[in-house]
Design a protein around this ligand. Structure first.
Ligand SMILES: [Zn+2]
Length: 141
């Protein structure tokens, strides 16, 4: 355990590999902008996703939400890390909608690790990406 962003070296390497590989599944005939996402679930399993576009552009869905929707509907509700990979340099960060979507299911200190096309990465916590956020705890019970 090296403590790479709270992950073991092996977990970090797998996160990188899976996020980058997930780009292959992207359906992006319009933007040609491939995005891959890998989630490390609390139980040690992995879920991946890619962006899926639509001829009606706003209907498309990002890789991060694809992965989260897959995970949540498989009963995986807690996550240790999320990795996002694109083909650009420097790394791209999740869009605002995805940041809020992630916020529903992740702790504020969860690492969001962004990989670029040159083997570099940037890590930020969810709270850094979405400060002063609104989450489930703000709703009256
Ligand atoms: Zn997004």
């Amino acid at each position: 355990m090296s403590g790479v962003h709270g992950l073991s070296e092996a977990q970090f390497a797998t996160l990188s590999e899976k996020a980058i590989a997930a780009k292959e599944a992207a359906y992006c005939p319009y933007s040609k902008f491939r995005v891959g996402c890998a989630l490390l679930c609390d139980d040690g399993t992995w879920v991946t996703g890619a962006n899926v576009e639509n001829a009606s552009y706003p209907v498309g869905i990002c890789a991060e939400r694809t992965a989260l929707v897959k995970a949540i509907t498989e009963g995986k509700m807690k996550f240790k890390a999320i990795g996002v990979a694109t083909d650009i340099v420097p790394p791209a960060s999740p869009c605002g909608m995805c940041r809020q979507f992630i916020r529903e299911f992740a702790e504020l200190d969860m690492p969001v690790i962004m990989f670029d096309n040159d083997g570099n990465h940037v890590t930020m916590t969810l709270e850094q990406l979405l400060p002063v956020s609104f989450g489930p705890g703000q709703l009256p019970t």
